[in-house]
Ligand binder design. Structure first.
Ligand code: DGP
Length: 110
């Protein structure tokens, strides 16, 4: 069964504008619309492949999730966060305060 479209799918397809700061074949990084610090961006898979949330992760997702974290670190460095560091957050579900059900890594710093 096809997965329901998310807001972030629309950003991937460029149907909704976003301040995209990194893109490759498998993922996208863009600035959060409601930043909680000077620098706050999200890293998302272009194809969710069932990853509406981290708790849906299966072994087949290991490479993809690893890639999201490597990209998070690379873009954080490009954003000038390499020296002082940054926070990464993945909210999961209602008790994790998740609002968009398309896996995303928050990168927050500065
Ligand atoms: P979470 O609560 O972990 O599901 O975080 C979702 C984040 O997505 C939240 O920090 C705000 C951000 N967000 C929601 N809608 C948009 C949007 O249309 N554009 C951008 N750039 N960010 C969005």
């Amino acid at each position: 069964m096809a997965e329901a479209d998310t807001l972030f799918d629309k950003i991937v397809r460029k149907e909704i504008p976003a301040d995209i700061i990194y893109e490759d074949e498998t993922c996208l990084a863009f600035r959060d619309i409601a930043p909680t610090a000077k620098t706050h961006f999200l890293v998302i898979p272009k194809n969710r492949d069932g990853l509406s949330r981290l708790s849906k992760a299966e072994s087949r997702h290991e490479t993809l999730i690893g890639h999201l974290l490597v990209v998070a670190a690379k873009v954080a460095k490009e954003e000038g966060l390499g020296e002082d560091g940054f926070r990464t957050v993945i909210n999961d579900g209602k008790h994790g305060c998740q609002s968009v059900y398309h896996l995303h890594v928050h990168v927050i710093g500065g």
